[in-house]
Design a protein around this ligand. Structure first.
Ligand SMILES: [Zn+2]
Length: 505
Protein backbone atom coordinates (compact mmCIF):
# COMPACT_ATOMS: atom_id res chain seq x y z
CA UNK A 1 0.00 0.00 0.00
CA UNK A 2 2.97 2.29 0.36
CA UNK A 3 2.87 2.91 -3.36
CA UNK A 4 -0.48 4.66 -3.05
CA UNK A 5 0.25 6.26 0.30
CA UNK A 6 3.56 8.01 0.09
CA UNK A 7 2.80 10.49 -2.59
CA UNK A 8 2.26 14.19 -2.65
CA UNK A 9 -0.37 16.29 -4.31
CA UNK A 10 1.56 17.79 -7.17
CA UNK A 11 -0.61 20.73 -8.03
CA UNK A 12 -0.69 21.93 -4.43
CA UNK A 13 3.07 21.73 -4.29
CA UNK A 14 3.42 23.59 -7.54
CA UNK A 15 1.13 26.37 -6.30
CA UNK A 16 3.04 26.58 -3.04
CA UNK A 17 6.34 26.80 -4.84
CA UNK A 18 5.16 29.74 -6.90
CA UNK A 19 3.93 31.44 -3.72
CA UNK A 20 7.42 31.54 -2.23
CA UNK A 21 9.09 32.76 -5.43
CA UNK A 22 10.03 36.22 -4.10
CA UNK A 23 12.70 34.70 -1.86
CA UNK A 24 14.41 33.10 -4.84
CA UNK A 25 18.00 34.15 -5.40
CA UNK A 26 19.11 33.98 -9.02
CA UNK A 27 22.87 33.56 -9.04
CA UNK A 28 23.67 32.31 -12.53
CA UNK A 29 22.87 34.14 -15.77
CA UNK A 30 21.01 31.84 -18.13
CA UNK A 31 23.36 32.75 -20.97
CA UNK A 32 26.49 31.54 -19.20
CA UNK A 33 28.31 28.53 -20.64
CA UNK A 34 27.42 25.77 -18.23
CA UNK A 35 29.56 23.01 -16.84
CA UNK A 36 28.45 19.80 -18.50
CA UNK A 37 27.02 17.84 -15.63
CA UNK A 38 28.64 16.78 -12.38
CA UNK A 39 29.33 13.61 -10.42
CA UNK A 40 26.04 12.75 -8.75
CA UNK A 41 25.33 11.18 -5.39
CA UNK A 42 22.44 9.05 -4.13
CA UNK A 43 19.70 11.33 -2.71
CA UNK A 44 18.24 8.79 -0.27
CA UNK A 45 17.56 5.08 0.26
CA UNK A 46 14.09 3.93 -0.72
CA UNK A 47 11.95 2.98 -3.65
CA UNK A 48 10.07 5.07 -6.17
CA UNK A 49 6.47 5.24 -4.91
CA UNK A 50 5.39 7.66 -7.63
CA UNK A 51 7.29 8.23 -10.88
CA UNK A 52 7.66 11.38 -12.93
CA UNK A 53 4.82 12.40 -15.23
CA UNK A 54 1.84 10.11 -15.58
CA UNK A 55 -1.78 11.19 -15.63
CA UNK A 56 -1.20 13.53 -12.66
CA UNK A 57 1.77 15.12 -14.45
CA UNK A 58 3.82 14.50 -11.32
CA UNK A 59 6.67 17.03 -11.45
CA UNK A 60 9.36 14.95 -9.79
CA UNK A 61 9.77 11.51 -8.28
CA UNK A 62 8.69 10.30 -4.84
CA UNK A 63 11.18 8.07 -3.01
CA UNK A 64 9.49 6.43 -0.02
CA UNK A 65 11.10 5.11 3.16
CA UNK A 66 10.74 5.41 6.93
CA UNK A 67 10.52 8.62 8.96
CA UNK A 68 13.99 9.94 9.65
CA UNK A 69 15.72 8.33 6.67
CA UNK A 70 18.68 10.62 5.84
CA UNK A 71 18.48 12.72 2.66
CA UNK A 72 21.66 13.77 0.84
CA UNK A 73 22.63 16.47 -1.68
CA UNK A 74 22.61 15.05 -5.21
CA UNK A 75 25.65 17.16 -6.12
CA UNK A 76 27.91 19.95 -5.01
CA UNK A 77 26.20 23.33 -4.89
CA UNK A 78 24.76 26.23 -2.99
CA UNK A 79 21.59 26.09 -0.90
CA UNK A 80 19.26 28.72 -2.41
CA UNK A 81 16.13 27.85 -0.39
CA UNK A 82 15.68 26.14 2.96
CA UNK A 83 12.55 26.62 5.01
CA UNK A 84 8.79 26.26 5.10
CA UNK A 85 6.96 25.91 1.80
CA UNK A 86 3.26 25.37 1.65
CA UNK A 87 2.41 22.01 0.09
CA UNK A 88 5.94 20.75 0.69
CA UNK A 89 5.79 21.53 4.41
CA UNK A 90 9.50 22.21 4.20
CA UNK A 91 11.80 22.36 1.22
CA UNK A 92 15.44 22.71 0.28
CA UNK A 93 16.72 23.83 -3.13
CA UNK A 94 20.33 23.41 -4.27
CA UNK A 95 21.86 25.22 -7.25
CA UNK A 96 24.55 23.07 -8.89
CA UNK A 97 27.60 24.23 -10.91
CA UNK A 98 25.95 23.20 -14.19
CA UNK A 99 23.07 25.62 -13.54
CA UNK A 100 20.51 22.93 -12.68
CA UNK A 101 18.55 22.96 -9.43
CA UNK A 102 17.52 19.98 -7.30
CA UNK A 103 14.54 20.46 -5.02
CA UNK A 104 13.75 18.34 -1.95
CA UNK A 105 10.35 18.34 -0.18
CA UNK A 106 8.35 17.01 2.82
CA UNK A 107 11.32 16.64 5.21
CA UNK A 108 10.68 16.89 8.95
CA UNK A 109 14.21 18.13 9.67
CA UNK A 110 16.49 20.38 7.61
CA UNK A 111 20.27 20.47 8.28
CA UNK A 112 21.30 23.29 5.91
CA UNK A 113 20.49 26.99 5.54
CA UNK A 114 20.32 29.41 2.62
CA UNK A 115 23.83 30.30 1.48
CA UNK A 116 25.44 27.07 2.71
CA UNK A 117 27.83 25.36 0.31
CA UNK A 118 27.12 21.62 0.21
CA UNK A 119 29.02 18.74 -1.34
CA UNK A 120 27.65 15.70 -3.18
CA UNK A 121 26.49 13.13 -0.66
CA UNK A 122 26.34 15.57 2.27
CA UNK A 123 23.37 14.95 4.57
CA UNK A 124 20.92 17.84 4.24
CA UNK A 125 17.70 16.61 5.88
CA UNK A 126 15.68 13.76 7.36
CA UNK A 127 12.70 12.26 5.57
CA UNK A 128 9.19 13.22 6.71
CA UNK A 129 5.63 13.65 5.54
CA UNK A 130 5.19 17.39 6.06
CA UNK A 131 2.75 19.28 3.85
CA UNK A 132 0.62 17.49 1.28
CA UNK A 133 1.93 13.97 1.78
CA UNK A 134 0.22 10.72 2.72
CA UNK A 135 3.31 9.08 4.17
CA UNK A 136 7.03 9.65 4.62
CA UNK A 137 8.83 10.20 1.33
CA UNK A 138 11.22 12.51 -0.48
CA UNK A 139 9.74 14.48 -3.36
CA UNK A 140 12.73 15.16 -5.61
CA UNK A 141 12.23 17.69 -8.38
CA UNK A 142 14.89 18.77 -10.92
CA UNK A 143 14.78 22.04 -12.81
CA UNK A 144 17.00 23.19 -15.66
CA UNK A 145 17.64 26.49 -13.90
CA UNK A 146 16.55 28.62 -10.95
CA UNK A 147 13.22 29.51 -12.56
CA UNK A 148 9.98 27.90 -11.40
CA UNK A 149 9.25 26.37 -14.79
CA UNK A 150 8.17 22.72 -15.03
CA UNK A 151 10.87 20.31 -13.96
CA UNK A 152 12.58 17.59 -16.00
CA UNK A 153 12.53 13.84 -15.39
CA UNK A 154 14.94 13.21 -12.50
CA UNK A 155 15.69 9.63 -13.63
CA UNK A 156 17.75 10.43 -16.78
CA UNK A 157 19.15 13.49 -15.03
CA UNK A 158 20.50 11.27 -12.26
CA UNK A 159 21.58 8.53 -14.68
CA UNK A 160 23.70 11.02 -16.65
CA UNK A 161 25.39 11.82 -13.35
CA UNK A 162 26.00 8.18 -12.48
CA UNK A 163 23.07 7.55 -10.11
CA UNK A 164 20.35 4.96 -10.68
CA UNK A 165 17.36 4.79 -8.29
CA UNK A 166 17.14 2.77 -6.08
CA UNK A 167 20.62 3.64 -4.90
CA UNK A 168 22.75 3.23 -1.82
CA UNK A 169 23.73 6.45 -0.02
CA UNK A 170 27.32 6.89 1.01
CA UNK A 171 28.86 5.28 -2.02
CA UNK A 172 31.57 7.51 -3.36
CA UNK A 173 30.31 9.65 -6.24
CA UNK A 174 31.63 8.58 -9.61
CA UNK A 175 33.55 10.99 -11.80
CA UNK A 176 31.88 13.27 -14.31
CA UNK A 177 32.83 11.26 -17.44
CA UNK A 178 29.74 9.07 -17.02
CA UNK A 179 27.90 12.09 -18.39
CA UNK A 180 29.38 11.19 -21.79
CA UNK A 181 29.92 7.44 -21.91
CA UNK A 182 29.31 7.14 -25.63
CA UNK A 183 31.92 5.63 -27.90
CA UNK A 184 32.35 4.20 -31.38
CA UNK A 185 34.91 2.16 -33.30
CA UNK A 186 36.04 -1.46 -33.61
CA UNK A 187 36.48 -1.63 -29.82
CA UNK A 188 34.12 0.26 -27.48
CA UNK A 189 33.72 0.35 -23.74
CA UNK A 190 31.47 2.09 -21.23
CA UNK A 191 30.56 1.86 -17.57
CA UNK A 192 27.57 -0.12 -16.42
CA UNK A 193 25.37 1.80 -14.01
CA UNK A 194 27.00 -0.04 -11.07
CA UNK A 195 30.39 1.35 -12.13
CA UNK A 196 31.95 -1.70 -13.82
CA UNK A 197 33.48 -1.21 -17.27
CA UNK A 198 32.30 -3.37 -20.13
CA UNK A 199 34.26 -3.74 -23.39
CA UNK A 200 33.14 -4.97 -26.82
CA UNK A 201 35.55 -5.88 -29.63
CA UNK A 202 34.48 -6.57 -33.21
CA UNK A 203 36.25 -9.62 -34.62
CA UNK A 204 35.89 -11.36 -37.95
CA UNK A 205 33.71 -14.00 -36.24
CA UNK A 206 31.44 -11.46 -34.56
CA UNK A 207 31.53 -9.32 -31.45
CA UNK A 208 33.35 -10.39 -28.28
CA UNK A 209 32.55 -9.06 -24.82
CA UNK A 210 34.36 -8.83 -21.47
CA UNK A 211 33.48 -6.97 -18.27
CA UNK A 212 35.00 -5.97 -14.99
CA UNK A 213 34.08 -8.54 -12.36
CA UNK A 214 34.30 -5.78 -9.77
CA UNK A 215 34.26 -1.99 -9.85
CA UNK A 216 37.65 -0.52 -10.86
CA UNK A 217 39.33 -3.83 -11.52
CA UNK A 218 39.44 -7.50 -12.44
CA UNK A 219 38.15 -8.76 -15.77
CA UNK A 220 36.01 -11.65 -16.94
CA UNK A 221 37.13 -13.93 -19.72
CA UNK A 222 36.02 -12.91 -23.21
CA UNK A 223 32.59 -14.10 -24.26
CA UNK A 224 31.78 -14.53 -27.93
CA UNK A 225 28.45 -12.93 -28.79
CA UNK A 226 28.10 -13.50 -32.53
CA UNK A 227 26.52 -10.67 -34.46
CA UNK A 228 27.98 -8.94 -37.52
CA UNK A 229 31.55 -9.86 -38.49
CA UNK A 230 34.23 -7.14 -38.74
CA UNK A 231 31.69 -4.63 -37.50
CA UNK A 232 31.92 -1.01 -36.48
CA UNK A 233 30.44 -0.55 -33.00
CA UNK A 234 28.83 2.16 -30.91
CA UNK A 235 27.74 2.11 -27.26
CA UNK A 236 25.48 4.44 -25.27
CA UNK A 237 23.42 4.34 -22.07
CA UNK A 238 19.64 4.34 -21.91
CA UNK A 239 18.01 6.87 -19.59
CA UNK A 240 17.58 4.18 -16.93
CA UNK A 241 21.27 3.27 -17.12
CA UNK A 242 21.03 0.18 -19.34
CA UNK A 243 23.86 0.09 -21.88
CA UNK A 244 23.03 -0.53 -25.52
CA UNK A 245 25.46 -1.64 -28.27
CA UNK A 246 25.06 -1.08 -32.00
CA UNK A 247 26.98 -3.00 -34.69
CA UNK A 248 27.07 -2.41 -38.43
CA UNK A 249 29.02 -3.92 -41.29
CA UNK A 250 28.48 -3.62 -45.03
CA UNK A 251 25.48 -5.94 -44.96
CA UNK A 252 23.60 -5.56 -41.69
CA UNK A 253 22.93 -3.43 -38.61
CA UNK A 254 22.08 -5.07 -35.28
CA UNK A 255 21.80 -4.01 -31.65
CA UNK A 256 21.61 -5.57 -28.21
CA UNK A 257 20.97 -4.06 -24.79
CA UNK A 258 21.09 -4.77 -21.11
CA UNK A 259 17.70 -6.04 -19.95
CA UNK A 260 18.23 -4.32 -16.59
CA UNK A 261 20.80 -1.75 -15.39
CA UNK A 262 24.16 -3.58 -15.04
CA UNK A 263 22.30 -6.79 -15.89
CA UNK A 264 22.35 -9.43 -18.58
CA UNK A 265 22.22 -8.63 -22.30
CA UNK A 266 19.51 -9.27 -24.86
CA UNK A 267 20.25 -11.25 -28.02
CA UNK A 268 21.11 -9.39 -31.21
CA UNK A 269 18.11 -7.77 -32.84
CA UNK A 270 17.75 -6.35 -36.31
CA UNK A 271 18.49 -2.64 -36.51
CA UNK A 272 18.47 -2.03 -40.27
CA UNK A 273 20.67 -2.54 -43.28
CA UNK A 274 24.45 -2.20 -43.32
CA UNK A 275 26.64 0.85 -43.23
CA UNK A 276 30.23 2.09 -43.00
CA UNK A 277 30.30 3.29 -39.40
CA UNK A 278 27.91 3.98 -36.52
CA UNK A 279 27.82 6.38 -33.59
CA UNK A 280 25.33 6.96 -30.78
CA UNK A 281 24.57 9.96 -28.59
CA UNK A 282 22.09 10.66 -25.80
CA UNK A 283 19.60 13.50 -26.13
CA UNK A 284 19.13 15.82 -23.17
CA UNK A 285 15.85 14.02 -22.37
CA UNK A 286 17.62 10.63 -22.27
CA UNK A 287 16.66 9.31 -25.72
CA UNK A 288 19.47 7.56 -27.60
CA UNK A 289 20.02 8.79 -31.16
CA UNK A 290 22.07 6.71 -33.62
CA UNK A 291 23.84 7.90 -36.78
CA UNK A 292 25.23 5.58 -39.45
CA UNK A 293 27.02 6.40 -42.66
CA UNK A 294 26.25 4.61 -45.88
CA UNK A 295 27.76 4.56 -49.36
CA UNK A 296 26.13 7.88 -50.26
CA UNK A 297 25.19 9.79 -47.10
CA UNK A 298 24.46 9.67 -43.35
CA UNK A 299 21.23 8.37 -41.80
CA UNK A 300 19.85 8.51 -38.27
CA UNK A 301 17.17 6.99 -36.08
CA UNK A 302 16.23 7.75 -32.50
CA UNK A 303 14.28 6.45 -29.55
CA UNK A 304 10.78 7.91 -29.59
CA UNK A 305 10.78 8.03 -25.76
CA UNK A 306 13.48 7.32 -23.15
CA UNK A 307 14.20 3.56 -22.79
CA UNK A 308 11.72 2.93 -25.56
CA UNK A 309 11.27 1.94 -29.19
CA UNK A 310 12.82 3.47 -32.29
CA UNK A 311 11.87 5.69 -35.17
CA UNK A 312 12.57 4.40 -38.65
CA UNK A 313 15.84 5.34 -40.33
CA UNK A 314 15.69 8.86 -41.70
CA UNK A 315 17.97 10.72 -44.07
CA UNK A 316 20.07 13.32 -42.31
CA UNK A 317 20.08 15.68 -45.27
CA UNK A 318 23.46 14.63 -46.66
CA UNK A 319 26.77 14.11 -44.93
CA UNK A 320 29.98 12.56 -46.25
CA UNK A 321 29.66 9.16 -47.96
CA UNK A 322 31.24 6.18 -46.21
CA UNK A 323 32.38 8.41 -43.35
CA UNK A 324 33.59 7.96 -39.79
CA UNK A 325 30.80 9.35 -37.58
CA UNK A 326 30.95 10.70 -34.01
CA UNK A 327 28.13 12.10 -31.88
CA UNK A 328 28.65 14.27 -28.81
CA UNK A 329 26.64 16.64 -26.66
CA UNK A 330 27.33 20.38 -26.72
CA UNK A 331 27.52 22.14 -23.34
CA UNK A 332 23.93 23.37 -23.70
CA UNK A 333 22.57 19.83 -24.23
CA UNK A 334 22.25 19.82 -28.04
CA UNK A 335 23.71 16.84 -29.86
CA UNK A 336 26.30 17.48 -32.56
CA UNK A 337 27.46 15.02 -35.23
CA UNK A 338 30.88 14.99 -36.91
CA UNK A 339 31.60 12.92 -40.04
CA UNK A 340 34.70 12.70 -42.18
CA UNK A 341 36.00 10.62 -45.05
CA UNK A 342 39.21 10.97 -47.04
CA UNK A 343 38.12 14.17 -48.74
CA UNK A 344 35.25 15.78 -46.78
CA UNK A 345 34.70 16.75 -43.10
CA UNK A 346 31.25 18.03 -42.15
CA UNK A 347 29.13 18.49 -39.03
CA UNK A 348 25.50 19.08 -38.20
CA UNK A 349 23.85 19.93 -34.88
CA UNK A 350 20.50 20.06 -33.20
CA UNK A 351 18.98 23.49 -33.57
CA UNK A 352 17.24 23.05 -30.19
CA UNK A 353 17.72 20.69 -27.25
CA UNK A 354 16.09 17.32 -28.16
CA UNK A 355 15.09 18.97 -31.41
CA UNK A 356 15.63 18.95 -35.16
CA UNK A 357 18.88 19.22 -37.07
CA UNK A 358 20.77 21.86 -38.99
CA UNK A 359 22.00 21.33 -42.52
CA UNK A 360 25.40 19.67 -42.84
CA UNK A 361 28.12 22.33 -42.77
CA UNK A 362 31.77 22.18 -43.76
CA UNK A 363 34.02 21.55 -40.76
CA UNK A 364 37.40 21.08 -42.44
CA UNK A 365 39.09 18.97 -45.05
CA UNK A 366 38.94 15.18 -45.05
CA UNK A 367 40.97 12.90 -42.82
CA UNK A 368 41.35 9.46 -41.33
CA UNK A 369 39.62 9.45 -37.92
CA UNK A 370 38.05 11.83 -35.41
CA UNK A 371 37.49 11.96 -31.65
CA UNK A 372 35.37 14.49 -29.79
CA UNK A 373 35.87 15.28 -26.10
CA UNK A 374 34.68 17.73 -23.47
CA UNK A 375 36.71 20.33 -21.70
CA UNK A 376 36.01 20.69 -17.99
CA UNK A 377 33.83 23.70 -18.82
CA UNK A 378 31.84 21.58 -21.30
CA UNK A 379 33.23 23.01 -24.55
CA UNK A 380 33.68 20.35 -27.22
CA UNK A 381 37.14 19.71 -28.56
CA UNK A 382 37.63 17.84 -31.86
CA UNK A 383 40.80 15.99 -32.86
CA UNK A 384 41.18 14.66 -36.40
CA UNK A 385 44.02 12.66 -37.92
CA UNK A 386 45.35 12.85 -41.46
CA UNK A 387 48.44 12.19 -43.56
CA UNK A 388 50.59 14.75 -41.71
CA UNK A 389 49.46 14.08 -38.13
CA UNK A 390 46.69 15.16 -35.75
CA UNK A 391 44.91 18.52 -35.75
CA UNK A 392 42.38 19.93 -33.30
CA UNK A 393 39.83 22.71 -33.03
CA UNK A 394 37.55 23.58 -30.13
CA UNK A 395 34.41 25.45 -29.25
CA UNK A 396 34.94 29.03 -28.21
CA UNK A 397 31.22 29.17 -27.26
CA UNK A 398 28.32 26.72 -27.67
CA UNK A 399 27.98 27.84 -31.29
CA UNK A 400 31.45 29.03 -32.42
CA UNK A 401 34.73 27.26 -33.13
CA UNK A 402 38.44 28.02 -33.22
CA UNK A 403 40.41 27.38 -36.39
CA UNK A 404 42.31 24.10 -36.88
CA UNK A 405 45.64 23.85 -35.05
CA UNK A 406 48.35 21.29 -35.74
CA UNK A 407 49.38 19.12 -32.75
CA UNK A 408 51.82 16.62 -34.29
CA UNK A 409 51.10 12.99 -33.42
CA UNK A 410 50.94 9.85 -35.57
CA UNK A 411 49.83 10.16 -39.20
CA UNK A 412 46.60 8.51 -40.31
CA UNK A 413 45.95 7.25 -36.79
CA UNK A 414 42.90 5.91 -35.02
CA UNK A 415 41.91 8.29 -32.23
CA UNK A 416 40.21 8.10 -28.83
CA UNK A 417 39.98 10.39 -25.84
CA UNK A 418 38.59 10.74 -22.34
CA UNK A 419 38.74 13.00 -19.32
CA UNK A 420 41.06 12.40 -16.40
CA UNK A 421 39.50 12.35 -12.92
CA UNK A 422 40.56 15.97 -12.42
CA UNK A 423 38.83 17.10 -15.62
CA UNK A 424 41.69 17.32 -18.15
CA UNK A 425 41.22 15.90 -21.66
CA UNK A 426 43.65 13.18 -22.73
CA UNK A 427 43.82 11.95 -26.34
CA UNK A 428 45.25 8.67 -27.64
CA UNK A 429 46.33 7.84 -31.21
CA UNK A 430 47.52 4.61 -32.80
CA UNK A 431 48.65 3.64 -36.30
CA UNK A 432 50.54 0.63 -37.63
CA UNK A 433 53.84 1.79 -36.15
CA UNK A 434 53.20 3.58 -32.86
CA UNK A 435 50.71 4.55 -30.12
CA UNK A 436 50.99 8.04 -28.62
CA UNK A 437 49.06 10.27 -26.22
CA UNK A 438 48.75 13.97 -25.38
CA UNK A 439 47.02 15.60 -22.43
CA UNK A 440 45.88 18.98 -21.24
CA UNK A 441 48.41 20.49 -18.89
CA UNK A 442 45.62 22.16 -16.89
CA UNK A 443 41.82 22.41 -16.95
CA UNK A 444 40.53 23.86 -20.26
CA UNK A 445 44.15 24.52 -21.19
CA UNK A 446 46.84 23.75 -23.77
CA UNK A 447 48.18 20.25 -24.49
CA UNK A 448 51.46 18.51 -23.81
CA UNK A 449 53.66 17.31 -26.64
CA UNK A 450 52.71 13.84 -27.89
CA UNK A 451 54.40 11.13 -25.85
CA UNK A 452 54.97 7.49 -26.78
CA UNK A 453 52.27 5.20 -25.36
CA UNK A 454 53.04 1.85 -26.99
CA UNK A 455 53.68 0.00 -30.19
CA UNK A 456 51.45 0.16 -33.24
CA UNK A 457 48.03 -1.43 -33.66
CA UNK A 458 44.71 -1.18 -35.40
CA UNK A 459 42.31 0.52 -32.97
CA UNK A 460 42.31 2.42 -29.67
CA UNK A 461 39.58 3.21 -27.15
CA UNK A 462 39.62 5.08 -23.84
CA UNK A 463 37.10 4.55 -21.03
CA UNK A 464 36.90 5.85 -17.49
CA UNK A 465 36.81 3.66 -14.40
CA UNK A 466 34.32 4.47 -11.63
CA UNK A 467 37.15 6.03 -9.60
CA UNK A 468 38.11 8.24 -12.56
CA UNK A 469 41.18 6.36 -13.78
CA UNK A 470 41.30 6.19 -17.58
CA UNK A 471 41.58 2.69 -19.04
CA UNK A 472 42.80 2.34 -22.63
CA UNK A 473 42.14 -0.61 -24.93
CA UNK A 474 44.57 -1.05 -27.82
CA UNK A 475 43.99 -3.74 -30.39
CA UNK A 476 45.88 -5.42 -33.17
CA UNK A 477 45.87 -8.61 -35.16
CA UNK A 478 46.88 -10.50 -32.00
CA UNK A 479 43.89 -9.34 -29.93
CA UNK A 480 42.95 -6.65 -27.39
CA UNK A 481 45.38 -5.26 -24.81
CA UNK A 482 44.65 -2.74 -22.08
CA UNK A 483 46.58 -0.28 -19.97
CA UNK A 484 45.23 1.87 -17.13
CA UNK A 485 46.12 4.90 -15.07
CA UNK A 486 47.65 4.14 -11.71
CA UNK A 487 47.65 7.89 -10.96
CA UNK A 488 47.10 11.16 -12.83
CA UNK A 489 50.33 10.73 -14.83
CA UNK A 490 51.38 7.13 -14.23
CA UNK A 491 50.26 4.08 -16.17
CA UNK A 492 50.35 0.31 -15.85
CA UNK A 493 52.15 -1.74 -18.47
CA UNK A 494 50.14 -3.15 -21.39
CA UNK A 495 48.46 -6.46 -20.58
CA UNK A 496 45.84 -8.77 -22.02
CA UNK A 497 42.24 -8.27 -20.96
CA UNK A 498 42.09 -11.69 -19.26
CA UNK A 499 42.95 -13.46 -22.51
CA UNK A 500 43.68 -12.06 -25.92
CA UNK A 501 40.18 -11.48 -27.25
CA UNK A 502 39.53 -11.41 -30.99
CA UNK A 503 42.10 -10.24 -33.55
CA UNK A 504 41.15 -6.74 -34.76
CA UNK A 505 42.53 -6.26 -38.27
ZN1 LIG B 1 5.81 13.95 -5.30
Amino acid sequence: MLHGLSRCALRLVLAAAVAVLPSLIVTSPASAVQVAGFAGSCPTAGFISDPYGGSRDHDGIDIANNYGTPIYAVGDGEVINSGPAQGYGQWIRILHPDGTVTEYGHMYQRDVAVGDRVTAGQRIALMGAEGQADGPHLHLRVRRDTSMSHGIDPIPYLAERGVTIPCTPGQRPGPAPLVYPVGSGRVVSARSSDGRLEVFAAGADGVHHAWQSQVNGGWSAWERLGGPGNAQLAIAPNADGRLEVFAVNGQVAQHRYQVSPSGAWSDWEDFGSGGSSVAAGVNADGRIEVFASGPKEVFHRYQTAPNSGWSGWEQSGGGPAGSRVKVEKAPDGRLEVFALNGSVFQHQYQTAVNGGWSQWEDFGSGGHDVTVNHNADGRLEVFASGPVGVFHRYQTSPTSWSGWEKTGGPANSQLAGNRTADGRVEVFAINGEVAMHTWQKDLNAAYSDWDKFGTGGTEINAASNADGRIEVFGSGKDGVHHRWQTGFSTWSEWDWVNGSGPPIT
